[in-house]
Design a protein around this ligand. Structure first.
Ligand SMILES: Nc1nc2c(ncn2[C@@H]2O[C@H](COP(=O)(O)OP(=O)(O)OP(=O)(O)O)[C@@H](O)[C@H]2O)c(=O)[nH]1
Ligand SMILES: [Mg+2]
Length: 178
């Protein structure tokens, strides 16, 4: 049987950014392989996966996700990865207040290389107690015209919704900037 998802009309490149340990790789792993690992395997430089996704209203979209290493020692390596991207997920950990400190720096770093691509702010690890003023971050997102979503790759909460949103944002950006 021919899967009508087999042909994608749109291809988008999506960046996963945010401090080390916020759960970027787990989000991508849940989305692509539908599993979860408790152990932190620090991403070295960058990792990437591609998945064909059915985006409501747009049909099949091939989402090429570039999962960046969040630790500071990788900042020089990261710069070359932003070029040509169509959307950015900016992830923080609702359980770790340190992970919101650098959110504006991440936007600057990414948009400095990629241009004014759309940003989705991702409040991650929602299965854990909230130690971050998430309402304030949601307001910051609104004030900057960023999208916002709460997720947990541990439970699977909103992970597909997150990537569908990124697909929509990426396609809209690609069409607008043609
Ligand atoms: N409780 C809980 N733990 C999570 C969740 N997502 C990720 N983790 C844990 O957080 C740790 C870091 O996850 P990673 O996905 O490796 O983090 P990262 O952002 O890719 O980190 P770097 O590659 O160093 O930039 C791991 O121990 C995960 O098991 C979640 O939704 N809930
Ligand atoms: Mg990682």
């Amino acid at each position: 049987m021919v899967d009508n998802l087999a042909v994608a009309l749109f291809h988008v490149k999506v960046i996963l950014a945010g401090d080390g340990t916020v759960g970027k790789s787990c989000l991508l792993r849940r989305y692509v392989f539908n599993d979860f690992v408790e152990k932190h395997n620090m991403t070295i430089g960058m990792d990437s996966h591609t998945k064909l996704t059915k985006v409501p209203g747009l049909g099949p979209v091939k989402i090429h996700t570039w999962d960046l290493a969040g630790q500071p020692q990788w900042s020089v390596v990261r710069e070359s990865f932003y070029l040509g991207s169509h959307a950015m997920a900016l992830v923080f950990d609702v359980n770790n207040v340190d992970t919101i400190r650098h959110l504006p720096d991440w936007v600057r770093e990414c948009r400095g290389k990629a241009g004014a691509i759309p940003v989705l702010v991702v409040a991650n690890k929602t299965d854990l107690p909230y130690r971050v003023p998430v309402d304030k971050i949601a307001k910051w997102a609104r004030d900057n015209n960023f999208e916002f979503i709460e997720t947990s790759p541990k439970t699977g909460y909103n992970v597909s919704a997150m990537f569908e949103k990124l697909g929509t944002m990426g396609v809209n950006y690609a069409l607008k900037s043609r």
